[in-house]
Design a protein around this ligand. Structure first.
Ligand code: FE2
Length: 196
């Protein structure tokens, strides 16, 4: 598969581009965790599927960290996700192609960690060392005011579910499907979105 230029991505080549990222760069390490980036995202999708989640949530789990590949993402999307705000960059990149039910859990997955740490002390204890470390950089647990405002998100439950799978998807010994297994599901969600 030849590499697609990041500023030339459209609906016709988006999934080739994303599959290319998984294949070319999936083995890169995931921020101090025991799993690679591809293992992490594919396991998150697998957790969603095994929980009987909707396709939108499986897609969100699968793509939630795509924004870490900053130099694979169109520069226009990166402008909205400055510095290392990978969740915003990933959401902006995918937003033209998928419904909010897919995009919001991606955009909010760091905020949801901060939310869960505030409302569920048991969640804070479950964080991996790397995730607990980045929590500090991300602003720590939400304040009561932030919690209140976050709870108005109509996709709150999907955000929470994706975040829980995100934490679970760090098992270096677990087998999981490849990206190609999820491609028909992504194709279907994209065509539904683009038909509206
Ligand atoms: Fe993640």
């Amino acid at each position: 598969m030849s590499k697609i230029e990041r500023n030339n991505i459209d609906a016709s080549n988006l999934l080739d581009h994303i599959e290319g990222i998984f294949c070319r760069r999936g083995a890169e390490s995931y921020l101090g965790e025991q799993v690679s980036m591809a293992q992490h995202m594919l396991q998150a999708a697998q957790c969603a599927e095994q929980a009987g989640a909707k396709n939108t949530m499986i897609a969100a789990a699968l793509l939630h960290d795509i924004g870490h590949y900053a130099n694979e993402i169109p520069e226009t999307a990166l402008a909205e996700g400055q510095d290392n705000y990978h969740e915003q960059a990933g959401a902006s990149f995918l937003e033209p192609y998928f419904d909010a039910a897919v995009i919001e859990p991606i955009r909010q997955h760091v905020a949801t960690k901060r939310y869960l740490c505030a409302v569920q002390p048991s969640y804070l204890v479950r964080l991996s060392d790397a995730s607990a470390y980045t929590l500090k950089l991300q602003g720590g647990p939400m304040s009561a005011e932030e919690v209140q405002s976050f709870e108005t998100n109509p996709h709150l439950q999907a955000c929470i579910d994706v975040r829980v799978w995100d934490e679970e998807a760090k098992d270096p010994t677990k087998e999981h499907p490849e990206f190609s297994y999820y491609r028909p599901l992504l194709e279907q969600l994209m065509s539904q979105h683009l038909a509206h």
